[in-house]
Design a protein around this ligand. Sequence first.
Ligand SMILES: [Zn+2]
Length: 381
Amino acid sequence: MSLLIANIGELFTADPECVVRFDAAIVVDGDRIVWIGLNADAPQADERLDAGGRAVIPGFVDSHAHLVFAGDRHAEFAARMSGEPYTGGGIRTTVAATRMTGDEALRANTARLTEEMLRQGTTTVEIKSGYGLTVEDEARSLRIAEEFTTETTYLGAHTVPAGADADEYTALACGPMLEACAPYAKWADVFCERGAFDGDQARAVLTASANAGLALRVHANQLTAGPGVRLAVELGAASADHCTHLTDADVDALAGGDTVATLLPGAEFSTRSPYPDARRLIEAGATVALATDCNPGSSFTSSMAFCVALAVREMHMTPTEALTAATAGGAEALRRSDIGRIIVGARADLVVLDAPSHVHLAYRPGTPLVKSVVQDGTIVR
Ligand SMILES: [Zn+2]
């Protein structure tokens, strides 16, 4: 089955060779893009989707999300907006709620959030565990995550559970918990932060995970300029996420390695914190991605468009840089070459915007601009 997407006013490819094309068309065969060119030259196909002069962009790649959880923390948000600081301690509230919730309800909540994301143009999402913090609850979180994405991440080292000793818990996360979770996880992640896991503990979990065959990503330098970013680069992690508090050495490490700096401005928005310095990273030559960090505590948004708008308005990224970071950047943070760009041979994950240009994502924040979504070559919305 082939599909022609005709009359594309502006095609945002996110491909550095040719970022934007005009008066374009795309042909999809099966789940792949097989032809890109001028609309006037477009060949016939079995099916036709008329973009009506609108903009088409790659499906968003949300490379950082925590979707397997129960409950919400709106009261904590309200308290924070009345002046209480964010410490990360609220994770334990969600852990307690998640442990008490059955598989069906957890699965339904994850389904609701992934559907909400797809409706907003996100065609790939990474999903972490991290609200179970027992061998059984972490493994079941990943079993549920695996039903929704191939990009599953073991985050047993999200926080030290209430009453546990940090070193003992780290040993659990490096041992029996990892063993139970590894079959369902592609990635391993650690919250390397004061009050969570220090550099040595994070290194232990990441090294054990790599030995178990998992690829690495790290929650790094969100609240303080700790060792997370340099550890991520040293261990060859695909991504260091947050990167809010960076030293010059951190920036140099990111610019010199192949670890993507994934910025999560929804977290700064929702905790009323200073935003990461995206310009410093871009100008140093680091690869930058944007993701939602969707979670019930510090960033309860499923909208990549909102993160693009924040990156433009608050982090001084250009609309083109921000959308590239939310598509091709996310793909790089997941070490995927088949998604995030509109090029021949790529997976046909595309969004038709109800707008003439990708710039509208930041220019009209909060406006529902997704007209159609194509995922794996199928029109899903
Ligand atoms: Zn996170």
